[in-house]
Structure formats: structure tokens, C-alpha cells
Design a protein around this ligand. Structure first.
Ligand code: DLL
Length: 434
């Protein structure tokens, strides 16, 4: 089912005209109201009137997370403070937070876009939504919340944490949809079993998971353990929050970008040159309707591939592939680029291992070392040391063979890796601490 047929199925030529009109208006707005952008445009020698076609976007300057930090807290806002009705911050754990502000219209748009997402995932007004994304400065909780209300669904605002209580609520309230991080979904399933509640037996049908990278193998694992269809949702606070893109339930082949509100490009992260759809690059967004904090060519650091062909579900919006990693959380181990998702795939495909893992990177002398700590499942935990050693060497061999990097593998007892109530912490980079 499609929530906003007009805008989600618009012919591409028409959509591109809407985008161009909005892009020009957005450029004029930031040039007139945000000194940061006036300076950036002037330095590049570009004026809003120079944007005559969508291709002219390449004339515009990029915006980075560092720019937002430099303008902390409100320097990027394009409206007077009294028009801002809500503030969120990015979940960044390092450096100054990035602050985003929303006008009343921004909040309304966000609700509508999230309602589109929920329906694309297979939810309807008749459903109830267990929302396990954190409420607060993080955009996940409130973003999904307003979307579920706009759709007319019943929202259960559980937020993150208090996991046993969440399992009880899943059993007692019998929601149709669950939203949260994929790692938390697995934690819920596990906690359920400890409590004697098998989530697979509950009426829950759909899970809408995002906010952290996950692999298709992890999707299979979640679907098996919760007995649901798992849908990938993408977003980032700088651009709006959850709901920038989502998979459609019918096809599940890429995430539909809400292109009437966000203009997407992919670029070569090194040169900044635009790469064509079909080629992997860093995702860059220009917001087309945002009033509080409009962003021009915001570099997400997320790596993906765009596909502009219409989808069998009827939507004409471009799709992005599942995010494979970030151009900046990419680990470089002795010159080899490694993404946590690649290691995750190897772990999940290994019999006896779970998707709970951490990557510990250290520097010994001048050399980086990588240790993969991964939990084994209950059934093999009691096996002989010998068979555990066999698993370790198999994983080491596969990592070497497929990724070209030498890693130490350490098997950890079941529940030995700390669970997160929000985004999973996959990397412990001790090089940065010393
Ligand atoms: O994580 C917003 C969100 C909330 C998205 C709930 C989906 C669901 P931030 O905290 O600003 O916002 O983090 C944004 O998280 O640049 C990606 O690196 C990563 N991310 C978000 N969704 C996905 C996803 C929210 N589906 C950053 N797959 C983004 C992979 C994701 N990475």
C-alpha cells in the first residue's frame, strides 16, 4: 500500500521539476539567512540564480559534520529561534554534538514522511507499533512516534532499555509492528527466551530496523528469531531523522529515498566527484523542504549505490542499497580497508557463532592488530576446547581469505559481549585512546 500515491509514484521528469524548483528556493533561503552558506557560496563564486538544472548542483559547496560542529549550537539555523519548535542532537559519541532544529512545518513533514515509511513497511492505521527507539535528543523515538500517529496507528512509546518489561509488553499488548535497532531486536528475542516467552509465537508481523549498519545475514537471523518480516529504514539527524529512506515490503530491493524532500547524490569520497547510479559512492543529501536547518550537499559518510529505475511496488523514487559502511568507520588494518559488516557476514555464516561481536583494534609498535571477539551460542559452548579452537581458526582463515587481513579471533561465552539498548558498539579502537 502507498500512503502518498501522488508524491511516491510521480513520473521522474515531473519529480525532477519539483526538485529543481525546491532546490532553487532552498539555495535562495540559505544564501539570504545563513551567514555560513553566504560565505561558502561566495568563496565558490556561485549564486542561487546559477542553479538552472539539477546538474548544476555540482557547483554548490559541500557541508560536513565538522561544519555543523563549528556552528554549534545554532549557527546553521535558517529561521529565528522563535520559529523553532523542537531540537534534536546527533548521537555522535565523539567531539561536539551536532544540533538540529525543526519548525512546525518540518515536524509535520517528518510525521508525513514517517507515515509513508510505516505503510511502505506494511503497517496500517489499524496496527499498533511498539517503538523501542530511544526517546530524547536522539531522533529515533520521536521520529517514529509522530509517524505512527500521523498514520493513525496506536503507538506504544516504550523507548530503549528495561528489556524484560519490553518482552512482557510485547506479549500483553500484542503489537503488530516493532521498531528499534537490529541489534536490540536480537537482544529482545534472547531475553524473551530466558523469560520463557518465544517472540515468534506472538502476533508481531513486521520489524522496522535501522540507525546502525546491519547485513542481510543479520536480517535472516532476526526474521528467524522473531518470526517477522524485517524492513530496513535509514535516516540521519542532520537531514531529518528516521524516514529519509525505507525498503518497501513488496519488493525489498533497496531503500526508497523520499526524493521530493531530499535530493540524493553519490560521490567519490576522495575526490568529491559525482558517481553515476549503479556505482558505489558516499551518499550526499540536499534537503529540499527543510526550514529549520536546511542543508546543502551534506556528506553523510555512508557508502551506498543508487538505483533510479522504478520499483515493482509502483514507487518511482530512487532506491539506495543497504548501507555497507561509512567512509569514516572503515577500519584500515595494515593498509587493508575493512568494514565491520564484512566481518559480520563471515561470523554469521559460521556454525555455532552469534551476531554479537566486537572488533578491538590496537597498535603494537607501528603495527595495527585486529581482534574479533564473538559470542558462541549455547549449544557449542560446552563443547571441547578443541572444537572451539577449530571454529577460531576457521574464522581467522575466512577473514584472511576474503578480506586479506590477519585477525585474532576470540570466542566469548554466551552473553559475554555487552548488549546495547540503542546502537551497538562494534568497534573499540584503542589506537585513538593512546
Ligand atoms: O540513526 C536516525 C534513525 C533512527 C535512522 C531510527 C533509522 C532509524 P543518527 O543518530 O544521526 O540518526 O545516525 C545516523 O546512522 O549516517 C548511518 O551511518 C547510520 N544509519 C542509520 N540508519 C541506518 C541503516 C539515526 N538503516 C547514522 N543502515 C547514519 C545503516 C544506518 N546505517
Amino acid at each position: 500500500m502507498i500512503y502518498d500515491v501522488k508524491n511516491e509514484t510521480m513520473p521522474r521528469e515531473e519529480l525532477e521539476l519539483v526538485q529543481l524548483r525546491r532546490l532553487r528556493a532552498q539555495c535562495e533561503r540559505v544564501y539570504a539567512n545563513v551567514p555560513f552558506y553566504k560565505k561558502k557560496f561566495d568563496e565558490k563564486g556561485v549564486k542561487p540564480q546559477d542553479i538552472k538544472s539539477l546538474k548544476d548542483i555540482s557547483l554548490l559547496p559541500f557541508t560536513t559534520k565538522q561544519d555543523l560542529r563549528d556552528q554549534y549550537p545554532f549557527g546553521m539555523f535558517a529561521v529565528p529561534k522563535d520559529q523553532i519548535v523542537r531540537i534534536h542532537c546527533s548521537s555522535g559519541t565523539t567531539g561536539t554534538a551536532t544540533v538540529v532544529g525543526y519548525t512546525k512545518r518540518d515536524i509535520e513533514n517528518w510525521g508525513e514522511l514517517m507515515a509513508r515509511c510505516l505503510m511502505a513497511a506494511g503497517a496500517s492505521a489499524a496496527d499498533s507499533v511498539h517503538n523501542a527507539y530511544g526517546y530524547g535528543l536522539f531522533t529515533g523515538g520521536l521520529g517514529v512516534h509522530y509517524g505512527a500517529e500521523a498514520l493513525g496507528a496506536t503507538v506504544v512509546p516504550v523507548s530503549g532499555g528495561a528489556t524484560k518489561r519490553q518482552v512482557t509488553l510485547l506479549k500483553d499488548f500484542a503489537p503488530d509492528v516493532i521498531c528499534g535497532t537490529p541489534s536490540y531486536a536480537l537482544f529482545l528475542a534472547e531475553t524473551g527466551l530466558e523469560m520463557g516467552i518465544d517472540i515468534r509465537e506472538l502476533p508481531l508481523r513486521i520489524g522496522i530496523f535501522g540507525a546502525e549498519p546491519w547485513t542481510n545475514e543479520m536480517r535472516v537471523e532476526i526474521e528467524k528469531k522473531l518470526g517477522i518480516t524485517a524492513i530496513d529504514i535509514y535516516g540521519l539527524s542532520e537531514v531529518m531523522g528516521p524516514g529519509v529512506a525505507i525498503e518497501c515490503r513488496e519488493v525489498q530491493d533497496g531503500l526508497h529515498i523520499q526524493e521530493d524532500h531530499f535530493l540524493a547524490e553519490t560521490i567519490d569520497p576522495q575526490t568529491g566527484e559525482i558517481v553515476e547510479p549503479g556505482q558505489e559512492g558516499e551518499l550526499v543529501f540536499t534537503t529540499l523542504t527543510k526550514e529549520g536547518i536546511p542543508l546543502i550537499r551534506y556528506r553523510t559518510r555512508d557508502l551506498t549505490t543508487l538505483n533510479t529505475t522504478p520499483c515493482r511496488c509502483g514507487r518511482t523514487t530512487a532506491r539506495m542499497k543497504r548501507v555497507t559502511g561509512r567512509s569514516d568507520d572503515m577500519l584500515i588494518i595494515r593498509g587493508v580497508n575493512v568494514f565491520p559488516s564484512q566481518i559480520e557476514t563471515i561470523l554469521i555464516e559460521t556454525e555455532g557463532l552469534t551476531p554479537h561481536y566486537q572488533l578491538v583494534v590496537e597498535r603494537q609498535g607501528n603495527l595495527d592488530t585486529l581482534e574479533v571477539q564473538v559470542e558462541v551460542n549455547e549449544s557449542i559452548f560446552s563443547d571441547e576446547i578443541k572444537s572451539l579452537q577449530k571454529i577460531e581458526s576457521k574464522v581467522m582463515k575466512n577473514i584472511k581469505e576474503f578480506l586479506g587481513v590477519t585477525a585474532k579471533v576470540k570466542l566469548v561465552e554466551p552473553k559475554g559481549i555487552e548488549r546495547s539498548r540503542g546502537k551497538a558498539k562494534r568497534i573499540i579502537d584503542k589506537r585513538k585512546e593512546g
